[in-house]
Design a protein around this ligand. Structure first.
Ligand code: ADP
Length: 173
């Protein structure tokens, strides 16, 4: 009879998104996912057909500054092409997505089932953020800042600075 402890399979997950820019809602999801997996990779989609406020390099830089300030830093990478192919190359067993409200559900459900049909071995996990972030999106943060509103409660400091520079030449009012 073997006395060896049951072996633990290293579990890596990928959290993909546009992150234009990363918000406190994304960070909440990252922290929850980190508690469930051995490694979390944040994968920034290089989707040329989607018009972004920040370049992919700027978005990665902002996310790396978030990672550097966290108790458990994570890897930030960009990807093009099929997400599941990228996930397979990285040896990931799961994809993480955030669910804020019922309005997210239909699109996310479709995406998850399509990804499952493309790669049945990779599971999609949905994580709910803290309620206070359930109405927050990158596009709303961009819009509030562009209209002169404060965004310090919604985005990390590096992103607040970048948004202020983009919309108001750096002035904090
Ligand atoms: P995408 O273009 O892939 O939707 P986003 O950066 O907008 O990229 O979102 C990435 C993921 O994070 C999506 O699953 C989205 O539902 C989720 N998400 C976005 N904002 C929040 C938030 N405030 N709380 C929880 N999840 C969120």
């Amino acid at each position: 009879m073997s006395t060896a402890a049951p072996s633990h399979t290293f579990r890596r997950a990928i959290y993909p998104g546009s992150f234009d820019p990363i918000t406190n809602g994304h960070i909440d999801v990252i922290e929850r996912a980190q508690g469930l997996f051995d490694e979390l990779i944040v994968a920034v989609a290089a989707n040329p057909s989607k018009k972004a406020l920040f370049t992919i390099e700027e978005r990665c830089e902002q996310i790396r500054s978030v990672s550097a300030s966290m108790a458990k830093p994570f890897r930030v990478v960009t990807f093009t092409g099929l997400l599941v192919e990228f996930a397979k190359r990285e040896g990931a067993c799961a994809l993480i997505r955030g669910l804020r409200a019922v309005s997210d559900f239909e699109y996310e459900f479709q995406l998850a089932l399509m990804n499952r049909s493309l790669a049945p071995e990779i599971e999609t996990l949905f994580l709910m953020p803290k309620e206070t972030y359930s109405y927050l999106s990158s596009s709303l943060a961009r819009e509030v800042c562009s209209l002169g509103g404060p965004v310090g409660a919604f985005v990390p400091p590096a992103v607040e600075k970048a948004l202020l520079e983009r919309f108001r030449g750096g002035a904090k009012e």
